[in-house]
Design a protein around this ligand. Structure first.
Ligand SMILES: Nc1ncnc2c1ncn2[C@@H]1O[C@H](COP(=O)(O)OP(=O)(O)OP(=O)(O)O)[C@@H](O)[C@H]1O
Ligand SMILES: [Mg+2]
Length: 291
């Protein structure tokens, strides 16, 4: 069962950190199931990565999960998508190089149980600087470890930039799984074989031996077109059960919600897009529970 000890509840009872509880270390009571990190990635641009990261994070938080949305894209669309202002120096950039911590970078959002590590344009420079640094594939894993250890989050969703650059590879190096949004269009699978190759290489090189595709989600589905149905069929043939049953419809509400700084569930709860991401969140939870 994928559940966790509520560290905040213990703290509010004055019990402080888990270490102050004098219990055997293997006690199920004090052994929180580790925080899961899911990288939302596809090197193809505009396929619904950010829309999926933001809305899935919000829907998971609404079901009672403590969720950290980590904006790792210099475009910072996930940051504005949850209504947080882009601020110079607020991104993960400095902590990636050991200056300050990611814990200090976490910002609350207006939405219960949903927190954010914001991005801003300075992350553009991180790729090049990472390339020159030692342990260049593991910088994010190192910086994220204290966040994982804090026990504050059930799930960390990382919104990756549209490339297989070093930032994305860093997300892969620390992720428990990759969630791949695929747009229901003719070239949906373009680039996926490249991403698969990269995942295989990262596993083989021991960078992240257990890295797998956690799931594939079809986005911008238009049920009126033959093409949308054909693409979904083709992707299901290729990826089988890794494709989520839930398909995200093309919806104007989903496209306009970010301009109000709100995930769809808080912008128009009764829209088809909101329903789709809520059902996807349930599927994600079921899948995590089975792991
Ligand atoms: N289901 C949907 N229905 C309608 N519009 C959508 C849907 N999903 C995403 N969009 C719109 O498509 C555009 C691209 O989506 P999004 O920003 O989520 O993709 P992305 O993969 O994160 O892009 P990038 O590669 O630039 O980071 C945005 O304008 C978004 O509002
Ligand atoms: Mg994006």
């Amino acid at each position: 069962m994928w559940s966790r000890v509520d560290v905040r509840a213990l703290e509010s009872l004055g019990l402080g950190s888990l270490k102050t509880l004098n219990c055997p270390s293997n006690s199920p009571l004090i052994r929180p199931v580790p925080t899961k990190v899911i990288a939302v990635a596809n090197q193809k641009g505009g396929v619904g990565k950010t829309t999926t990261a933001v809305n899935l994070a919000a829907c998971l938080a609404a079901t009672g999960q403590w969720v950290l949305l980590f904006d790792l894209d210099p475009q910072a669309n996930a940051t504005s998508g949850v209504g947080v202002e882009k601020l110079e120096g607020a991104s993960a950039y400095r902590p990636l190089f050991g200056e300050g911590t990611l814990l200090e970078r976490i910002k609350p959002t207006a939405f219960e149980r949903l927190s954010l590590i914001p991005s801003e344009v300075d992350l553009c420079g991180a790729d090049m600087e990472l390339a020159r640094s030692e342990n260049h594939l593991q910088r994010l894993a190192l910086a994220l470890q204290p966040v994982r250890d804090s026990g504050k989050f059930d799930l960390i969703l990382v919104d990756c930039p549209p490339s297989l650059g070093i930032l994305t590879l860093n997300a892969f190096a620390t992720a428990d799984g990759v969630l791949v949004p695929l747009q229901c269009e003719y070239y949906a699978l373009e680039g996926i074989s490249m991403m698969n190759r990269v995942l295989t290489q990262l596993r083989a090189a021991g960078v992240n031996p257990h890295l797998e595709i956690f799931g594939v989600v079809m986005t911008m589905f238009d049920g009126r077109t033959k093409l949308s149905h054909e693409v979904v069929g083709e992707v299901r043939n290729l990826f089988g059960e890794r494709v989520f049953e839930t398909v995200i419809p093309r919806s104007t509400k989903l496209a306009e919600a970010p301009s109000f700084g709100k995930p769809i569930i808080h912008y128009d709860k009764y829209s088809a897009g909101s329903a789709a991401y809520e059902v996807l969140a349930q599927e994600v939870l079921e899948r995590l529970n089975k792991q």
